[in-house]
Design a protein around this ligand. Structure first.
Ligand SMILES: [Zn+2]
Length: 89
């Protein structure tokens, strides 16, 4: 299955560098049942729906190497941010 960037080769891209926990990054994950987070862009609930397997983008936000917060986005909303924290892994 192609990912949201229309590329199917991300899984084989560079392995995560050792210092990967010190900069902002995004990850594409399935929305799980019982999710109670709001999208950082549209402020709507990132809602689990049993019939559709929706994806969310979870971003760990770092400022100058220090973790600040986690942001959640609808997959489509994250694309509208022009990949604020880089392409989701
Ligand atoms: Zn949204």
């Amino acid at each position: 299955m192609a990912n949201i960037l229309g590329r199917s080769d991300l899984q084989t891209a560079d392995p995560e560098p050792a210092a990967s926990n010190s900069f902002s990054r995004a990850a594409l994950r399935p929305i799980e049942a019982g999710s109670y987070v709001d999208c950082a862009r549209c402020r709507q609930r990132v809602k689990f729906q049993a019939k559709i397997r929706l994806m969310q983008v979870i971003c760990n936000v770092y400022d100058q190497g220090r973790w600040v917060k986690v942001e959640h986005y609808h997959e489509s909303c994250y694309l509208e941010t022009d990949l604020a924290y880089g392409p989701p892994s």
